[in-house]
Design a protein around this ligand. Structure first.
Ligand code: PHE
Length: 449
């Protein structure tokens, strides 16, 4: 068997897992969802969901990965040799990773273009209408987004091809803390802005009447996406954990960081939005239309704009590297290719998918399926169907198929950590988490209200 690497240090492990977890979900989605759905009440629900559902699911993925020390597909076979059908769950995860890479890389490409524009000072003296036209022309040109996207995909390939320690870990050790610093700097700067109070009010003011079943389900979906669960990432990264490392420490640290960074992002972005009397938005609209408008007007907006788009790019690449690694680990182990060759093949495949997604965003593009352009299709297919199903099958596998003793040995690192809380965690994995994900799935399909 070929030698297989692990992460080299505890800090590197947390940085890599944290880099995957902290992404666009934290920056452009969470603050808005929280604001719309009950503020601090939503945040409380989100924290509970993270601890009771996401952390157990993450521990399950880590266990399958670390025990098998294989890629996301082979891991299932290694853990349960007599039940080859479970490999399908791994394959589903790998397919999910590929599709997410398709549209995620396009957004990252947009971030690169906007980083360039911010640096060139092109937002200055632009009206909101001018900014919108600028963005639409960019997307409609077709070739410009494609070039940026391909550049981004290639960067992923370079990082991943250098290996676990010299590529992924080394890169995340620098970039993950940098993201945190930029956000912190922006949040501190927000304290000088007049819109701070309104922003704090929007993000935090608790309104428990807003919490409904649907809102809880939204928190679950957001938390799984934000913690990179249900698609084999944590199986793959788990296979690089060292035997003595505490899984509780890694999962706990990143779960706490996930929430903190999302809140920090709200404090970094919304005060400026309110200062200029603009209503809060989320997603592409927030970062590619609303914010450039604000950067054009605010003091220090030139520098803040550059930092922000760099942050967006950093958040995207540390996440997409983890997605890329899921595919590369699979290709290199299953087809017995060197890491470099496997990375090249993966980059080519992702490059094709991402190009199609980018082109599907041009107005009048024929790249649609059932009325949805490819970009939206990949997005909704993965988040509505593939991730919940993947997550559900993974906890069922960990709780009911994996040998009881194996799961205990992995999660407690051979009885070293968390043995007291372990029975509770196991009960969550066996009963609570599958029940809630099944509910989430049925709700999303519209079979439950
Ligand atoms: N967790 C990342 C975020 O919050 C997104 C992501 C999802 C990354 C799935 C990888 C896989 O944006």
């Amino acid at each position: 068997m070929r030698k297989r690497g692990t992460f080299a240090s505890g800090f590197g492990t947390v940085a890599a897992v944290g880099g995957s977890v902290i992404g666009l979900g934290n920056i452009w989605r969470f603050p808005y969802i929280a604001g719309e759905n009950g503020g601090a009440a939503f945040i409380l629900v989100y924290v509970l969901v993270s601890l009771l559902l996401s952390v157990p699911l993450m521990l399950s993925e880590f266990s399958i990965g670390r025990h098998s020390r294989r890629n996301a597909m082979r891991a299932f076979r290694k853990v349960a040799p007599g039940r080859p059908a479970w490999q399908g769950v791994g394959l589903l995860g790998i397919a999910t990773a590929l599709l997410i890479l398709g549209f995620y890389s396009v957004i990252a490409g947009w971030a690169l273009e906007f980083l360039r524009e911010a640096a060139a000072g092109s937002f200055r003296a632009q009206t909101p209408a001018g900014l919108k036209e600028n963005f639409d022309t960019f997307v409609d040109s077709g070739w410009r987004p494609v070039l940026w996207t391909l550049l981004f995909v290639a960067m992923n390939g370079v990082i991943v091809s250098r290996g676990i320690q010299k590529g992924i870990e080394k890169f995340n050790k620098v970039v993950t803390p940098l993201m945190f610093l930029i956000l912190l700097g922006m949040a501190v700067n927000s304290f000088t802005l007049g819109g701070l109070r309104e922003a704090v009010d929007f993000v935090f003011r608790p309104d428990f009447s807003k919490i409904s079943g649907a809102v809880v389900m939204q928190a679950v979906g957001q938390s799984f996406f934000s913690m990179s669960l249900g698609m084999g990432i944590m199986i793959t990264y788990g296979s690089y954990l060292r035997p003595g490392d505490s899984m509780f420490r890694v999962a706990g640290t990143v779960a706490v960081s996930d929430v903190c960074i999302a809140i920090l992002s709200g404090l970094a972005i919304f005060p400026a939005v309110f200062t200029f009397g603009i209503s809060p938005t989320s997603g592409p609209e927030l970062v590619f239309l609303t914010l450039p408008n604000i950067f054009a007007q605010m003091t220090g907006g030139y520098l803040i704009g550059i930092l922000f788009f760099f942050l967006l790019f950093a958040a995207a690449i540390t996440s997409s590297v983890s997605l890329t690694e899921v595919v590369v680990a699979y290709v290199s182990e299953e087809f017995r290719l060197s890491r470099r060759k496997a990375s090249l093949l993966t980059v080519l495949a992702v490059g094709v998918l991402a190009t199609l997604c980018a082109l599907s965003q041009m107005s009048g593009s024929p790249l649609t399926v059932a009325g949805k352009d490819l970009f939206d299709l990949f997005d909704s297919l993965t988040s509505t169907y593939m991730m919940p199903v993947g997550g559900l099958l993974i906890v069922i596998f960990a709780g009911w198929v994996m040998k009881k003793e194996l799961l205990r040995r992995e999660i407690t690192s051979d009885g070293r950590y968390g043995t007291g809380i372990y029975p509770f965690v196991r009960a969550l994995i066996r009963f609570f988490v599958p029940a809630v994900i099944a509910l989430l799935f049925l709700t999303q399909l519209g079979l439950l209200k």
